[in-house]
Ligand binder design. Structure first.
Ligand code: DGY
Length: 322
């Protein structure tokens, strides 16, 4: 019997590729750069399964191009805002993602970014390189304490909770806001549900962990920044469009908030001449929150298992949740 035909849209960890190749006939875009849209539209014609990344837009146009053989779209990411899940459902195409395995790695990075931004670590490293470390100065590179601070978590999902657990070790007071209170998971973390205005007014740090959808697009806008403390720091490791970046830039320049740490931006990559990259109080990372060797390998394997189950017409081990 011939193997199902699948497309893999990028170079992926070897273990994931090997697993897919055991079962499927693979056509892979063997590059670290994204497959051009036109090529992807051509390659997907008639395939049974698609293994994609968060950089590919999986929409009606692509599904039309693929045709009726397509049974599964498997993304090497937990986020799936790049996939039109409703359109897939209408065509009985299963959609899988990689939840769980990246939670702890992503939370590690969120806390690292929070610490780096609060304590001005990238700025201090740059200053040394520029020869500005002339002597010990009492207030030079003085930042904000994380220990004992009040931290607001927006979105108490898996990653938000993992961040809360870590910050309890810093003796932080944890507030959270979500679409609804979540006492079943919040209580053991000592996290208190508050409305958004309270969170904005009381927190020294706000860390964003919602899914990107219509209701969270530009959730953090000029009005929110105006309601935050002038000494507050915003951390975003969720999706770039959750923050209105123009409003963030103004808030940082005008001193409405103290600083921001972003692992995600809009667009990605952020152009090197983007105004946010000129600001000393904005730390920008290139979307690396889940980027540990172990975690990316696990993600590649889970995406492989989702793909294989899908082409075999079996339930996916990790179907997307909505
Ligand atoms: C995801 O998986 O959605 C992250 O943004 C990258 O790991």
């Amino acid at each position: 019997m011939s193997k199902p035909n699948v497309v893999i849209t990028r170079r992926i960890p070897e273990a994931g590729l090997a697993r897919v190749q055991e079962v499927c006939q693979v056509r892979q875009w063997d590059s670290d750069d994204p497959i051009p849209r036109e090529t992807l539209l051509e390659w997907v014609r008639g395939i049974d399964g698609l293994y994609c990344l968060l950089t590919e837009r999986i929409d009606e146009e692509l599904l039309d191009a693929a045709g009726s053989n397509l049974r599964v779209v498997s993304t090497l990411s937990v986020g799936y805002d790049h996939i039109d899940v409703a359109a897939c459902r209408r065509r009985n195409i299963a959609v899988g993602n990689t939840p769980g395995v990246l939670t702890e790695t992503t939370a590690d990075l969120a806390v690292a970014l929070l610490l780096a931004t609060a304590r001005r670590i990238p700025e201090a490293i740059d200053a040394i390189r520029r020869g500005e470390w002339t002597t010990w100065k009492p207030m030079w590179m003085a930042g904000q304490d994380v220990h004992g601070s009040t931290v607001g978590i927006v979105g108490l999902g898996r990653i938000g909770r993992a961040v809360a657990r870590r910050l309890r070790g810093f003796n932080c007071r944890i507030l959270y806001h979500d679409v609804r209170p979540r006492p079943e998971v919040a209580d053991e973390l000592g996290a208190t549900y508050v409305d958004m205005d309270t969170l904005l007014a009381e927190c020294d740090f706000i860390t964003l962990h919602p899914r990107l959808n219509a209701s969270t697009y530009h959730l953090f806008d000029a009005e929110k920044f105006r309601k935050m403390k002038k000494t507050a720091i915003l951390i975003n490791t969720s999706r770039g469009p959750v923050v209105d970046q123009e409003a963030l830039y103004q808030a940082l320049v005008n001193g409405e908030i103290l600083a921001a740490g972003l692992d995600v931006t809009e667009p990605e990559p952020l152009p090197v001449d983007h105004p946010l990259l000129q600001l000393p109080n904005c730390v920008v990372l290139p979307h690396i929150a889940s980027a540990s060797v172990a975690t990316r390998t696990k993600m590649a394997l889970i995406a492989a298992e989702n793909l294989i189950a899908g082409v075999q017409g079996k339930p996916l081990p990790y179907p997307v949740e909505d």
